[in-house]
Design a protein. Structure first.
Length: 735
């Protein structure tokens, strides 16, 4: 059955139920779920079913008498039974009915026929995780109420139950607060936006903005509630506050003036922890809490530079008065003050994992985004956690070959990686694991300007996540998931959803060629390798080009272009890869420090695979080191003459990636004694735009050592201030 998420238990029967215009929906005519099903079936099939209180004929019925309640303690189970005579959905709560409906709609073909077959079966189903979330950033780019509702519909289709609505940031304040009208009069509008990638530092001058009235907020919340989705608002503090400070500069450390920020990233100006600031934020949250009935209120807490606090007399005085150790504990004091207020309103706070720094507020929940470490630490302290690590859950990352994708912030998170995610880290005991509420995906919109692009970035990855958080994903069954997912594409087409076709792309892998002297280049698709055609002469592949049937041996510099064809028709974009074959390619590389997280794939081989990373779209072919140095030693296999050495380095401050402090090239005949042949300073690396190279004339060299010293702790005033800088490197070329 092509169901997503896969139900907990499915038993296939014999025969079919025939859905016709004589079928009725047996339910209270005022029951929203029955009305929802009636509308959905009409849209999907053209059949207009009546809702009646009682029927003896063919029917779809709802009843509050669940046969097998879930043992999970989650009040969302349902049974769906399809026989030749009737369809029955049973549940303890309306939420279960709604999920049963979503499953049923996936069983009904989207076709206009007078008689539609639905296979007989029995499904007993319930989710594993309580928090099954999707996030949408409406601060960087603004999306209409109609699209926000559509986004909620997408969540409902795949049984998500939480919509995290990011409403405020440096680049815009999007929610009406009646006590402080300037928040939207001033804070909702900026006088331009970044154009292209952050690295280019280009801007337009187009006034941009928008906000949601409180009536519109209520409308969205009610719309989501009907679909059994909780809306969790995010009001950023103490950082990401420039839009608010542009409207009310008196709540800053300096008094301003400020303007709503055009630039993406992290800004130094944050809320000053003065009594009047707390009053200001408490008044804002009072209005927010009155609009959102969610148990949790998200207060951000991430990426708060301490620059202004360090030079602010009030802040320094407060640190002394309260006996705080430093500015990190001042942030903890800030968060705990806000938590007490939110708790006094009968609610709880949730924040990004930076709220752990300086001591976690007593009742706070944590969203772990900088990996899983923050979530692990919080769960061990018996705080609830939502897992949302950038490695698996950031849907603003590339999902296919960056060469073929619209501009994104960076990273590489394909469907397969999302599907492989396990929200419960192995480091936690069974008791500690109970504090993992679930997971969610985040969609930050610096580079996402339209509803169509939002759809492209979430589909089909959110399908994979839906099965992860439902609790029925198994990484070894990914091929089966792909088959089911492809069948859902027709459904997306019929709904006019702009989804990514990266799944059909040719994916590539580079492996060392035994004995060195080149690499092996592997091509595959999620379909079949039989349809791949490729060229090596720079021309575009056609259905008549050479068929790919085994890994390609690349022993000289060249460009490979490949396309996947079905019945003579191209089904994928062209996969194009240039190789630069040099003396170090496929030779043994020893790394003193291992690369980090999402940017460790390939290890040392990535530095000698003959491929230079794309500086504009750094999703692949780069090694990343978080706070550590790159120290690589290459064994060329034999003594050789060396004329030229180079390494590629990356700077992307918005992603906390900085050029290194220093690069040193050394050579040796025997690994016992190295001779330094070149050293480059930070300024020289900047001038070279990261392409550091040196000419030399050395004979009988077998070993090349490259030492790249990490930038270190990011200073105040820079994106990521106070955190470890990332060091990104690609090819070490030896010629």
């Amino acid at each position: 059955m092509p169901l997503i998420p896969q139900p907990s238990q499915v038993k296939i029967g014999k025969g079919n139920f025939l859905l016709t215009d004589r079928t009725v929906i047996q339910a209270d005519v005022n029951m929203f779920e029955a009305q929802y099903l009636q509308t959905a079936i009409k849209q999907q099939t053209g059949l207009n079913l009546k809702i009646v209180p009682v029927s003896n004929g063919p029917k779809i019925s709802f009843s509050f008498d669940l046969d097998a309640p879930a043992a999970s303690g989650i009040k969302e189970p349902y049974n769906l039974s399809v026989s030749e005579n009737a369809i029955a959905i049973k549940a303890e709560y309306n939420t279960g009915f709604f999920y049963g409906i979503q499953t049923l709609l996936q069983l009904i073909p989207s076709e206009n026929k007078s008689e539609i077959k639905i296979p007989c079966l029995q499904i007993n189903d319930y989710p594993k995780f309580k928090w099954r979330g999707m996030h949408l950033d409406c601060a960087r780019h603004f999306f209409s109420i109609d699209f926000v509702k559509k986004y909620i519909d997408y969540l409902a289709m795949y049984k998500f139950n939480t919509f995290h609505w990011h409403l405020t940031d440096d680049q815009g304040w999007r929610i009406e607060i009646k006590q402080y009208p300037k928040l939207t009069e001033v804070g909702a509008w900026r006088n331009g936006s970044m154009v292209g990638h952050y690295n280019q530092q280009k801007y337009d001058t187009i006034r941009y903005g928008g906000f949601y009235t409180q009536d519109q907020i209520k409308e969205v919340v009610a719309y989501a509630q009907q679909r059994h989705i909780t809306v969790v608002p995010e009001i950023e503090m103490p950082g990401h506050a420039v839009a608010a400070l542009a409207a009310y500069p008196q709540y800053s450390c300096t008094g301003g003036p400020f303007e709503v920020e055009k630039q993406w990233g992290v800004l130094d100006d944050v809320f000053c922890p003065k009594e009047e600031t707390f009053t200001f934020l408490e008044n804002i949250l009072s209005e927010v809490i009155s609009l959102f009935p969610s148990q949790y209120i998200h207060i951000g807490g991430d990426e708060c530079p301490k620059t202004r606090w360090k030079s602010c007399a009030h802040c320094q005085g407060l640190i002394k008065t309260k006996g705080l150790k430093d500015e990190h504990e001042l942030q903890s004091y800030f968060i705990q003050r806000m938590e007490k207020f939110v708790n006094s309103k009968g609610r709880k706070i949730i924040g990004w994992d930076e709220i752990l720094e300086g001591g976690l507020a007593p009742n706070a929940a944590v969203m772990s985004w900088r990996g899983t470490e923050g979530g692990i630490a919080a769960a061990k302290e018996k705080h609830y956690v939502v897992m949302t690590p950038g490695s698996h859950c950031y849907f603003d990352h590339y999902q296919g070959n960056p060469q073929n994708e619209p501009l994104a912030i960076g990273g590489y998170t394909p469907v397969e990686k999302v599907y492989a995610f396990n929200p419960i880290p192995k480091e936690l005991s069974p008791e500690e694991s109970k504090y993992i509420l679930g997971a969610q995906a985040n969609l930050w919109t610096e580079y996402i300007t339209s509803p169509e692009q939002v759809e492209y970035m979430i589909f089909p990855r959110m399908m994979a996540l839906s099965e992860v958080v439902w609790g029925t994903s198994k990484s070894e069954q990914y091929p089966d998931f792909v088959k089911r997912m492809i069948q859902h594409f027709k459904r997306l087409d019929q709904k006019g959803i702009n989804y990514s076709k990266a799944l059909f792309e040719i994916t590539t892998e580079v492996m060392p060629r035994p004995g060195g002297n080149g690499v092996l280049y592997l091509l595959k698709t999620n379909q079949s390798t039989n349809g791949i055609r490729y060229t090596i002469d720079g021309t575009q592949p056609t259905a008549q080009s050479k068929p790919y049937d085994q890994p390609l041996e690349i022993t000289k510099s060249q460009t490979i272009k490949a396309t996947y064809f079905e019945n003579g028709v191209a089904k994928s974009n062209i996969a194009e890869q240039s190789f630069h074959i040099h003396k170090a390619v496929s030779q043994l590389v020893s790394l003193q420090n291992q690369p980090s997280g999402n940017y460790a794939k390939g290890g040392g081989f990535t530095l000698v695979d003959g491929i230079k990373g794309d500086k504009a779209k750094f999703g692949q072919h780069w090694l990343g080191f978080s706070g550590t140095d790159l120290i690589a030693t290459i064994d060329l296999g034999s003594k050789q003459k060396i004329n030229h050495l180079s390494i590629g380095l990356l700077s992307s401050p918005s992603s906390w990636i900085y050029f290194p402090k220093k690069v040193t090239f050394q050579v040796s005949e025997d690994m016992l004694q190295f001779e330094t042949v070149g050293t480059f300073s930070f300024e020289e690396i900047q001038q070279s735009n990261g392409q550091v190279e040196i000419k030399c004339n050395h004979k009988n060299i077998q070993f090349v050592k490259v030492t790249v010293e990490n930038f270190g702790i990011i200073p105040d005033g820079q994106p990521g201030a106070g955190n470890k800088a990332w060091l990104f490197a690609d090819e070490i070329t030896v010629e």
